[in-house]
Ligand binder design. Structure first.
Ligand SMILES: [Zn+2]
Length: 123
């Protein structure tokens, strides 16, 4: 993918807007119809700041049977993505919802930290 990288200032903008939430994080929904639900992040939609969270924002999708692909058809419930600003990270250390800070460890690793307990979120 050489040549497709944007100029440095674009990357700076992107990283400021990008959600600090990653796949397999536990999050709490803070707005919308699923407010108060907790779940694991199944997927992060790249570039869109949207997340798919287990059990959150369930939608019913009607599918047609497709015997060739072994799909039965009918109504399938699945998660739709929600915007990253609608959730907060649940800290694995202190178990509360928190904003995410950043820290560079002694060995140079950049990690996410909990703003409440200062615990390292990334293992
Ligand atoms: Zn914490």
């Amino acid at each position: 993918m050489a040549g497709l990288k944007g100029p440095p200032y674009m990357e700076a903008i992107m990283s400021r807007l990008a959600t600090p939430i990653r796949k397999n994080d536990n999050v709490l929904v803070i707005t919308g119809k699923d407010r108060g639900k907790r779940g694991r992040v199944l997927r992060v939609v790249p570039g869109d700041n949207r997340l798919v969270v287990e059990g959150v924002n369930m939608i019913k999708r009607h599918t047609k049977p497709n015997p060739g692909k072994n799909i039965q058809g009918g109504i399938v419930e699945r998660e739709a993505s929600i915007h990253a600003s609608n959730v907060q990270l649940v800290c694995p250390e202190c178990g509360t919802q928190t904003r995410v800070g950043r820290k560079i460890l002694g060995d140079g690793r950049k990690v996410r930290i909990c703003r409440k307990c200062e615990g390292v979120v990334d293992k």
